[in-house]
Design a binder for this molecule. Structure first.
Ligand code: ZN
Length: 380
């Protein structure tokens, strides 16, 4: 971020009904509106002799108890993105608002069908029946944080079904980020686009030891850095929290990375995305993946930390009585936001996709044109 403050001041709404289609040479990133939860789809550029590579990070919530159904919302975006099968799936950690779309829930009186999984089908009438993979079970790799002790039904189903399916699909690599040596695992998305694991299980890149203060499920979140040869960098931090742990990551990354987009940690919570983290990482744009909730997400402290950064929120509300939000161009899309990155050049564009809201609210349409290292302004 160098001159983005001035550039951001020119950002404004536009009335473009349908965003321009991304070119097939572009890297596409979809920050999916799954309500209170997380999901990011990354589609690599067109490559000779093969289809575009795809990586799905998290898949929103289970869809029970009146929450938005992550599996359905993500599938809608996969259809829009023309992704018929996934190459890589990454689960940042075992919280229901991130893994709900990947697993099923048992039928209840209020939800007699239970909820569906994007990755497999299960017949709850017959306990122990093998998990049957769907078309979206990844073809190349499936990545998680291994087997930490905190148990939940969703976590137990993941740890039951993933090994069962990968056993009969030996070409699919199951990578557990269960030790610091596994940080730096990279996924090649074509034409020089790399998705690199930079934190996970309490470890950060460039440090051989687990961080002592990182013990909770959120602190174990996997963080992924997506980079192009042209210098575009996008960091997804799952539910990463904790000043010391975050700062250790920023210390390691800021030596080599000039960040364009930060996907803020833990839905914009007060205990994530500190001012020192933002100062070190220097993002031009921040995305907050959040829905209506009772946890004070996103928090005013997060907007204070992001005061020189354009903050785009998928859904939910801005914090009340927060001066850092007033008179700023921060937007709530009420829908999925797509970033198109020219992998050969120096520009990227941001669009809200119409009719992709996780709630009944209408999607706010906007578009922004951005230059790597130079912020964003109204495009088209
Ligand atoms: Zn979460």
């Amino acid at each position: 971020m160098r001159t983005s403050l001035i550039a951001l001041a020119t950002l404004s709404f536009s009335c473009i009904a349908v965003p321009a289609a991304a070119g097939e040479d572009d890297l596409e990133i979809y920050v999916i509106d799954v309500g209170q939860g997380d999901s990011t789809l990354i589609v690599g550029p067109e490559q000779e002799d093969r289809h575009r590579s795809s990586l799905l990070i998290d898949a929103g919530d289970l869809g029970n108890f009146g929450k938005p159904d992550g599996a359905k919302l993500v599938q809608g975006i996969l259809n829009q993105a023309k992704v018929g099968e996934l190459d890589h799936v990454l689960l940042s950690h075992y919280d229901a608002d991130h893994m709900g779309g990947f697993v099923t829930s048992k039928p209840t009186k209020s939800a007699p069908m239970g909820s569906s999984s994007l990755l497999w089908t299960r017949d709850w009438g017959q306990e122990g029946r093998p998990c049957e993979p769907t078309a979206f079970f990844p073809k190349v790799s499936i990545i998680d944080i291994g087997d930490p002790v905190k148990k939940s039904n969703a976590r137990d189903e993941w740890l039951h079904c993933v090994p069962k399916i990968t056993k009969v699909r030996p070409k699919v690599e199951h990578v557990g980020i269960d030790e610091c040596a596994k940080i730096n695992h990279s996924i090649d998305l074509g034409k020089g686009v790399l998705a690199r694991i930079v934190a996970g299980r309490g470890c950060v890149v460039g440090n051989p030891d687990k961080h002592k203060s990182a013990n909770t499920p959120n602190e174990m979140s996997i963080a992924v850095l997506v980079s192009t040869k042209g210098g575009f960098d996008f960091l997804v931090t799952g539910d990463l929290i904790g000043r010391e742990h975050e700062d250790a990551l920023a210390n390691a990354l800021s030596q080599t990375t000039d960040l364009e987009i930060l996907r803020t940690g833990h839905h914009g919570a007060a205990n994530a995305t500190s001012e020192s983290f933002v100062t070190m990482m220097k993002p031009e744009v921040a995305f907050i993946s959040v829905g209506f909730n009772s946890y004070d997400h996103p928090h005013c402290d997060t907007f204070n930390a992001l005061q020189n950064v354009l903050a785009l929120q998928t859904s939910g509300e801005h914090p009340k009585d927060c001066n850092a939000v007033k008179d700023k161009k921060h937007l709530i899309a009420n829908g999925t936001i797509r970033i198109d990155v020219d992998v050969e050049g120096e520009d990227y564009e941001i669009h809200a996709l119409p009719e992709t809201s996780s709630s009944d609210d209408e999607t706010i349409k906007f578009t922004a044109k951005c230059m790597i290292g130079d912020g964003c302004k109204l495009g088209e």
